[in-house]
Design a protein around this ligand. Structure first.
Ligand SMILES: C[S@@+](CC[C@H](N)C(=O)[O-])C[C@H]1O[C@@H](n2cnc3c(N)ncnc32)[C@H](O)[C@@H]1O
Length: 205
């Protein structure tokens, strides 16, 4: 997947919320492709298919469109499964003042995201854990980029979505989830750091 590259898309929204306060420290840590090298070096060696840990990013225009469709409020509780550098959860928390949690298994990503959240005074926390081992039931908006996930991991995502609270939204990049407890809302193709991908919106019944 291509290198980390901040893009600012709608510059007014970006400026108004001073999102560069998040992008600058991210760039200093992860610029010049460092995020990919860190992810490769620190990925778990003994767990699921290594391909699950391939790093890639949700760019700002795709984030904006997803947030537009999800319509978060300050009461929304976001859970980003596989939060990477934390940029999406940090941005959402800064724009909407919402509570966000990120989970990833790359220690540097978690340490740095927590550090930025703390410095920015955001209601945002990142946990070093397997996304299948954390509870999802408190979240009202779950986001996961599952593009490189194995078939088994996608089936596990579908099964675990049963624990979401009624009305919670789960947005999955590249795969539609299956489950009688899920309403399939919509799907859009958006551009990511690796190219266009389908984004599937579901609601827990
Ligand atoms: C494609 S990146 C997406 C990063 C970020 N969510 C974004 O959209 O910019 C996928 C991330 O999921 C993480 N990941 C993959 N499998 C995971 C698992 N089982 N538990 C926690 N994190 C996982 C990887 O380490 C990687 O950082």
């Amino acid at each position: 997947m291509p290198i980390f590259c901040p893009d600012i898309g709608d510059s007014r929204l970006y400026r108004n919320h001073r999102l560069w306060h998040i992008d600058c420290p991210l760039w200093l840590t992860y610029g010049w492709g460092k995020a990919h090298r860190i992810a490769r070096r620190e990925q778990p060696k003994d767990l699921r298919s290594r391909v699950d840990f391939t790093f890639g990013e949700t760019p700002w225009p795709a984030m904006r469109r997803i947030l537009e469709l999800v319509e978060p409020t300050p009461e929304t509780r976001m859970l980003e499964l596989g939060s990477g550098t934390g940029r999406f959860a940090l941005f959402a928390s800064k724009i909407f003042g919402l509570q966000a949690e990120g989970v990833d298994m790359i220690p540097t990503f978690i340490d740095r995201s927590n550090n930025i959240a703390q410095k920015q005074g955001l209601c945002c926390h990142f946990e070093l854990n397997d996304l299948f081992n954390v509870p999802w039931h408190d979240a009202s908006f779950v986001y996961v980029v599952a593009t490189t996930f194995s078939g088994q991991s996608v089936r596990d995502l579908s099964a675990k979505s049963a624990e979401l609270q009624p009305g919670a939204r789960i947005v999955v990049v590249s795969h539609r989830l299956d489950g009688a407890w899920l309403e399939r809302e919509t799907c859009e193709v958006l551009n990511f750091s690796w190219g266009p991908s389908g984004v599937f919106f579901h609601r827990k019944l």
